[in-house]
Every structure is written in structure tokens, then in C-alpha cells.
Design a protein. Sequence first.
Lengths: 312, 319
Amino acid sequence: MKFNYGMDQKYWDWSPIVKRPPLQWPDGARLAVCLLVDLGHYEWQPPESAFDPPTHTPPHSQNPYPDYVTVTFREYGHRVGIFRMMDVFDKYKVSATVPMDAHTAQHYRILVEECQKREWEIIGHGITQRQAISSLMSEAEERRYIAHSIDALTAATGNAPLGWLGPEHSQSTRTPAILAEMGLRYCCDLPNDEQPYRINTPTGELYALPCMIEIGDTMGHYNRKLPLKRWVQMVKETFDVMYEDAEESGLLLAFRLHPWCVGQPYRAKYLDEIIAHMAGRPDVWIASGSQIVDWYAKQPHASFKLRPSAGR
Amino acid sequence: MIPLNDRIDYLPFNNRPKIKWPNDARVAFWVIPNVEHYEYMPAAGTGRQKVAHGNPVFPDPDIAVNVRRDYGSRVGFWRMLKVMDRYNIRCTVNINLAVLEHFPEEREAMVQRNWDFCCHGKYNTRAEPKGLTVDEQRAFVADSIAFVKRTTGKQLKGFNVLSRATEQLPDILAEQGIIYHADYFHDDQPTPIRVRKGKLVSIPYGAEINDSVMTQRNRPWEADTFYEMAKDAFDRLYEEGADNGMVLCLPLHPWCSGYPYRIKYLERILDYVMSHSYVWQTTADDIADYYIGNYFDQVVNHMAELRKSQHQRSNSARR
């Protein structure tokens, strides 16, 4: 029995957090916080060839076509929930990073404008939420998919997006390489760290901004049916523990929020509570994905490689 | 082959031989971090049903299920380690063998602390030993023992492969000098497992007092509840253990308890348990050794007596 040193894939290296050099954030901040506010569209019926990811949890159950319940429940986020979230973010003068899918960029121009007015960064989020990347796609299909997502955002915002979060974090074995090649700089799909890291790709320069997947509003509360207040406590605890642990070396807290979920009137005050908790703390840098990556890319941390320790 | 039904004889808790742990301990407390690796692209045909705990499953590479676990080795393990050190816990590691060579820094941290190892398969994405022939299973067990010896210097004494165990596995384990099997949830004490040759003991593992339960979609509770469950279980076992020594197992996962919002609850569990005087914080290896040295034969005889009297009772009822 014999196994190689390090990872069983090429995109990221084995790197235990305690062996890395300290990571500095601007102005001595301990914690960088990236608030991801998803604007993903849930369509009536994806094309037959699409990979419709199995994660959707409508209020009652996933219903046969036409699924008024789920489609309209999600539409609520684009119509009402997002504006409620914007009120909270404006109140605390913090900005979001917005994963936006092609459909939203094309058909909800007012949302694009509202994000731009606030200088919120818009990043790639696939075509729709019912069409995800997967290894079931051919390489040509995947390239078309990512290009379409990027082009739609470029047309709607005037700028090519720099970040990416695929629907449901889903990837094929090709995805990071294609993202880098198409000019993206960072990707939030990989939920495996509390610091950014460089992704190895044949072309381009791509960084991982790992998400704390378990504390997102859907993963941590809605899908698990964990009581709302317990979820709020869990997000605050994450922040507090990371804040403490970041004394020696900076950490990144990136997590996802959905307007259709946390933008509901019965949840909005808890969003307020969470943002107040984070924004009120000194030495916390609430920043966009690009700001974090631009800073990170210049740090020694980004080019650090762990030397394989001698085997036994 | 010994039929599955005969592997563990019925052993009611009342009137069974009483266990006295070393130093009058009431509870033998073993902590078992599952140090695992989920392959990025599990090879076709290695076929373990994906461990998604009710979370949706995606085609590989499954980022939200498998890559999510990678967090454990990169971050969570090291946060847990600090807590283990604070309470001076000597763990029994449920080890996916591949970790010992993929991630030598993790291995060194565990070896330095003189932790014991229990075999948890090669990867958590593999089905073996299920699906292997008997000869292949023998080779698998022998290779696992040799591998742990080579990479850690330790003699492997236990297996925990849960849903991957086979009908023949207990015999094969005992044949090769493995002394405990931690795949059973049927008792709060060690109990003998019937094997063709040698001695094999079951060391109780935790099904519900298990941090990974908190990541399951249909279990809407969090680490504060986990703490309460562990504390309540401990209190009960500690009380009962004054009369008859009990075992509390604490199965953990670095990708789960190493998460920032869970770590303080793990700390509270350890703080609570370790603040009691009559606790034997030990490893499964040591529990199994002690049990085999002191109680195994006695309990086997007790079970034989029970079987005999059960038999007589049913015979006389028939007459």
C-alpha cells in the first residue's frame, strides 16, 4: 500500500493552515469579510440537456412543471428581498459581492443598476440556477456555458466579471482551468479553507476565495431547517471565533446570502443583527472579492509552497 | 462461516459481569477524530455510496460534498488539535490510511502525540472491504496493518469501517491479530464478538453522539445540542458506572467540529468530562487490551450459561 504526497488533484496544493506564513490584511485588519449576495434566477423549465442541480428546496416540495410555488418564491428575492437587503447594507455602509447569473443580468437591468450604484461587485454565477456546470457536459459545452455567463455580465455592466461562483458550487474537472483561461481572477466555489489561495492553472492567474459553506443562509438554515435564531447565533459565533483566531494571521470569512431567503420580512431583522455584529467591530475589513484578491495576490502568502516533509 | 446472527450473543445488561476500570474509573472515555480524505475523482467502480448525509449528490468532482471535507485537513484538524492539547486528550484516530502519506504534517502531529490508530479504510470514498473476495479482504487487512506500522510505527489493533464491513470481516480481523472492531452500536460496554479463531471485542462507537450528525439535513440541531447530548450521556453513564464500568465514545470529524462555530462546544464537552475524577481518558486499543485481559473470558462463559438456560427454558416451555 502506497500513496503519494499531497493532493489527489492538481488545482490546489496540500497546505495545512498552521504551516503557512502569516497573512496580513490592509491596515492591520484581522478578518476580511466577503458578503456574497446571490442574484440567481430560478427558471420555469431548464433546457432538456441542462444539469438541473438536485439542491432546490422550495417551501413545500419540488413540484412538477409548471412549478408556480418555487419559481415565484425565488422571484420574490429579485423583486422585494434584494431591496430589503440593500437597505440593511446601506444602513451599515457595507458592500456586497453579487454572484449574478446571465438570465438576471439580461432581464433584470434595474438590479444591475442598483448594484452598480452601490459599487457592489458583480461576479459570474452561471446561466440560471437550474443549469449548473457538471462533468456531464462536454468541454465545448462548458466553454460555451462559461463564456455565455461572462458575456451576459459584460454586456449588462460594461465590464468583464473578475469573480465566479458556480450554481451550487458545481464544477467539472476542467472548470478552474477554463475560468482562468477566460480571464477570471477568483473563484468562490471551493469551500475548503479560511484563507485565499492560489489555484494552479495552465494559463491565467486564478485564486480561490473559499466560502464558509455551512453558515450560508440556505445551507445553514433553510435547507437544514435549523431554527432561524440558531443560525444567526452560528454566524456570529463563526465571526467571533475567526476574529479571535486571526490574531496571528489574517483569515477570510466569505459566506452566502440569498434575497429570497434572508430578504423575507421575518428574516430581515436578523440580517440586520448579523451585519451590525460584523460591521461594528474594529479591524474587520468588509470588502469585495476583487479587493481581497488584489491585496492577497501581492502577499508572500500567495506564492508560498509547502516543502514536502521527509517521509517516514 | 459464522452466521451474522451468531456474531454477537444477546447479553442483557442486568446480571452481566460487572466491569471495574483501572483506578476506580466509572467511565472509559475515548475520543475518535475521523481523519479522512474524500477523493476529488473517486475511481470508477470503487463504488461507495456517497456519504452526503441527506445533502444532494452531484456528479464528481462533487465540490459541496467531497471538497467540502478537504477543509478538515487544511483547517479544522489544526483547530481541534489545540483543543485536544489543552485537555491533554489522547485520541484514537479513525484513519483513512491514505491520509498518512498524502498529508505527512497531519500524520506527524498525531504520531508525536502518541495517538492510536483505528483503520477506517483507505479513503472515505471507497467501498472496500465490501465487494472484495475473502482473499482480497485478508490482503486488505494485512496491508493495512503493515502500512500503519510502516508509516506510524504503531501496531494496528482496531477497525472501524461501518457501512463497509463484510460478513467475514470479524474472522479475518481476529486471524490477523486485530483485537477490536468498532462497528457496533449495540452496547455501552465492550462485548465479545464471536470469531473462528482468536479474540475480538466490540468497542462501542457513537451513532447519535457524533458530530457529523449535525451536518445532516434531517437533523436540525447544532453544536450546543451536541454538547448537551454528550453531557447528558456522560452524566448518566458516570452515575451507572459507579456500579458497572461504562464506555463513552466521542466520534468527531475535523471538517465538522473544527468549524469555528462548533469548536467551543467541543471544548465544553471535554472540559466537562475531564473535570470529573473517575474518568479513564484512554484509547480503544487500551480499552480492548484491558477488557480482553480481565473480562473477555468471563463474559464469554456468562453468555454460554445464558444460552444454555435460555435453551432449557424454551425446552421446558415446549413440554
